[in-house]
Design a protein around this ligand. Sequence first.
Ligand code: ADP
Length: 268
Amino acid sequence: MMSDYLPPSFESARSSKITVSDLSVSYGNFVALRDLNLEIPHGQITALVGPSGCGKSTFLHSLNRLTDLIAGCRVRGRIRLDDNLEITDSATDVLALRRHIGMVFQKPNPFPQSIRRNFEIPLREHGALKSEIPEIIECCLKDVGLWDEVSDRLDRSAANLSGGQQQRLCIARALALNPKVILFDEPCSALDPLASAVVEDYIAELRGRITVVIVTHNLAQARRIADRLAVFWVREGAGTVVETGVASEIFKNQTDPDAKRYLSGERG
Ligand code: ADP
């Protein structure tokens, strides 16, 4: 059995940095992203913001090779995790990569099975021992504040949980693989305001432990939780990053005029 799996409680800081160099992504002849360069520092929350259609999701999907699943999608350039894992290299083991870089989507997507199976399936696939799984489930559900709510119904369907609970389950399921990075694609936008606030708080708590990259259309949310910001925009027909840096500084002062209008709420 492959087992370089390490339960979440056995390691603390596993966050990693991501270095993106000259990344371009096309769908057929359409260039969605062109010549994107970005450093995503470890242990911080980096928010990707900008109007719809400027390539934020495309970028997020290229970080864990979900772009492989789209027919006609071509990725050029280089993305590295920690100076030693070449994400964009076709020889890279994608299953192993996705253990290091988890993903949480806009619409909560628990497997239509029991809460317990939602953990057992990925954990067994990645080589965790059966005997260690109950402790991992408890640890990860506690991490997202869900343990007290579901500990007596782990064998019931995850589909019976509320939207906010399902999204926290998806975060816990991602955490169970002890990832270095978690990608969030508008994780709160399908939730009601209260559930959204709860999920946002748990994302903020990942700071320092895990590198977080989050696409959000909610600038107030980016202001609350982001350490760093990357503002995406369409330039010469293709998406790219027009402003990036420490979030609090960018919110105060932008050099790019489009980023300025967008962040002040005038455009986008
Ligand atoms: P954002 O997340 O900023 O809204 P996307 O990454 O979803 O932007 O889309 C960037 C551009 O790529 C858009 O013009 C969109 O229509 C296009 N696009 C996204 N996915 C596909 C796809 N699977 N096939 C063709 N074009 C796509």
